[in-house]
Every structure is written in structure tokens, then in C-alpha cells.
Design a binder for this molecule. Structure first.
Ligand SMILES: C[S@@+](CC[C@H](N)C(=O)[O-])C[C@H]1O[C@@H](n2cnc3c(N)ncnc32)[C@H](O)[C@@H]1O
Length: 296
């Protein structure tokens, strides 16, 4: 038996070998190295967790629009398109990546693999020209505040689903470190939580994700926070998954405002959405309606 024909138990059947080769996830002789195995595990778990969302929008909408934000080499976007958008007559995945070289390389791979329902957008998430109506926005390890750009995109466009696995998060730790004696964070009881730089980084990352989840809830999303894959596959392992079920959620908004006031921080996502509200107020635009609007 040829070496490259060996069965690879770690490769899910949905992932065809030529595509894995093109993405450099398989070595030249068809093996999986440790990094590739970790990456595949993350993608496989994420696709499994996204299955209800993708199935739902494919069933309910005539032409669902998906976004892979901060796509990098577009492992996630290409696998999603391979699994759900090959050989169908609807749906499109937009892979948004600010590094033009990565986007161009992934575009060639998509073309060679016959993945026609993928469009590459080589710019930032904020600047990306995307359809007004989005159905699922995902971001796998989009760096620091790029995750917030993806969340803001989903919220502003009223995406039915959003899924982010945040990456490195330095922003809130910086905001905490910059606070002075008069700030709420300096209260004696809670100050030890982030006095040391290491704790500040960990606590800042945790607070960031709590604020992200609560922000989604405030905007009417039902939120699940869960582990993506085992810690052996990635240290950046928290999946925040949202399904839009209400137009807004005022109790969650109040909890968010209280939390922000208690810690005296306004991280990127909050500032981005504040800016949208100001822009919307200035242009007096009105919000669209949901298919199944409910009030919590
Ligand atoms: C850590 S990589 C992850 C890539 C990919 N999602 C994956 O999991 O393999 C993050 C990617 O996000 C891109 N990126 C960072 N900020 C961005 C932004 N504001 N808009 C679009 N892409 C961004 C980077 O260039 C990088 O390729």
C-alpha cells in the first residue's frame, strides 16, 4: 500500500485529502503533523457545534450569507463551504482577511477545489463590503479586538447566528492597568484580582468574554459559552455562540451597564456599538423587524 493511501483515523471523511494537501494540513506523504491534527480537531468540533445553525439558515432562507471573519488561511471557511455549500444552488461564504497575501492564496485553493460559493474579501472586518443581510458570522481566533469587530458586524447586521472563538486578548488588561486610584476598579475588595500582570491578563481576558456574551444577550441573542475542543488542541478554547431570538433584552442590557460601571472599562465591542448608535441616531434610520420577534 502506498504511504499516502494509509487510512488517517484523525481525518474526518468530510475533509477531502486534496483540499487538506492544498491547505498544507497534510504533509507531502499524506501524514498529519501535530499542528495540523490540532487545527483539524478545532475545525471539526466547530463545524459540529455550528451544524444546527447552518442547517437552520439553509432551511429557512433562500440564499443564506455566511462570514468567516479574520479568516487567515480560511481553514474554517473552506471546510464550511466544503461541507455545506458544495453542489448546492444557494448560499455564499465571505472570507474576510486583512492580509491580502493570505486571502489571495486561499482564493486560489478555493478555485482549485471547485468551491464556487466562497468569496474572498481582502480587507478588515470593519471595512469589508458585505451584504446587508447576514445569517451566520463566525470568527476563529481573530486576534484581540478583531473578535469584537466580528461581533459588532453580526449585531449591526442582525445576523441570526454568531460564533466566536476569541484569540489573544490584551485590550481590557491594558484598560485595567491604566486605571487610577479614583476608578471603581481600585476598590479594596476586588483590586487583588488583577494586581499582578499575569492575573490582569487572565482576568482581563475573562472579563472581555463575559462582556462579549452579555453584549450579545443585550442585543437579543441567546448565548451559549462552551469549550471548543480539549485543551490539548488549543489554549484559546472558549466558544461564544449566539442565536438571535429577540430584538433586544433590557434586563441583560442593565446587567451589562452595571458590570461596565463596576469595572470602569468600555472595551472595543462596547465602543463600536456606541458608535453605531450615534451614527444611527444621526441618520435617524429605523431598525428592521425579526421573523419571530419576542420580548424577554
Ligand atoms: C490567529 S489568525 C486565525 C486565522 C484563522 N481564523 C484560523 O483559525 O486559522 C487571525 C487572522 O485574523 C486576521 N485579522 C486580524 N485583524 C483583522 C481585522 N481587523 N480584519 C480582518 N482580518 C483580521 C489576521 O491577519 C490573521 O490572519
Amino acid at each position: 500500500m502506498k504511504k499516502h493511501a494509509r487510512p488517517l483515523p484523525d481525518v474526518p471523511p468530510d475533509f477531502p485529502r486534496p483540499l487538506l494537501h492544498a491547505l498544507h494540513l497534510l504533509t507531502r506523504d499524506g501524514a498529519l503533523n501535530a499542528d495540523a491534527r490540532r487545527k483539524l480537531k478545532q475545525i471539526e468540533h466547530l463545524l459540529t457545534l455550528l451544524t444546527p445553525a447552518v442547517t437552520d439558515v439553509l432551511q429557512r432562507f433562500a440564499d443564506p450569507q455566511f462570514v468567516d471573519a479574520g479568516a487567515g488561511k480560511a481553514y474554517l471557511g473552506l471546510m464550511l463551504a466544503q461541507k455545506w455549500l458544495r453542489g448546492v444552488d444557494k448560499g455564499r461564504l465571505f472570507a474576510v482577511e486583512s492580509r491580502a497575501d493570505l486571502a489571495a492564496r486561499a482564493e486560489t485553493i478555493a478555485r482549485d477545489a471547485g468551491l464556487e460559493r466562497v468569496t474572498f474579501v481582502p480587507t478588515t472586518i470593519e471595512a469589508a463590503p458585505l451584504p446587508e443581510r447576514l445569517h451566520l458570522v463566525c470568527a476563529l481566533h481573530a486576534c484581540d479586538t478583531a473578535t469584537d469587530d466580528a461581533l459588532a458586524l453580526a449585531i449591526r447586521r442582525g445576523a441570526d447566528y454568531v460564533a466566536v472563538v476569541p484569540c489573544c486578548q490584551a485590550e481590557v488588561a491594558r484598560l485595567l492597568a491604566a486605571q487610577g486610584p479614583g476608578d471603581p476598579i481600585r476598590t479594596e475588595a476586588v483590586a487583588p484580582l488583577y494586581r499582578h500582570a499575569w492575573h490582569r491578563r487572565e482576568f482581563g481576558a475573562h472579563l472581555t468574554n463575559v462582556i462579549r456574551a452579555l453584549t450579545l444577550e443585550a442585543h437579543g441573542y441567546q448565548v451559549t459559552v462552551t469549550e471548543l475542543a480539549g485543551w490539548e488542541h488549543s489554549l484559546k478554547n472558549e466558544l461564544i455562540l449566539g442565536r438571535r431570538v429577540h430584538r433586544e433584552n433590557r434586563p441583560a442590557r442593565a446587567r451589562l451597564d452595571e458590570l461596565l460601571a463596576a469595572f470602569g472599562v468600555r472595551p472595543a465591542l462596547v465602543r463600536l456599538l456606541d458608535a453605531s448608535v450615534e451614527t444611527a441616531a444621526a441618520s435617524s434610520t429605523s431598525e428592521g423587524t425579526l421573523e419571530h420577534p419576542e420580548s424577554p
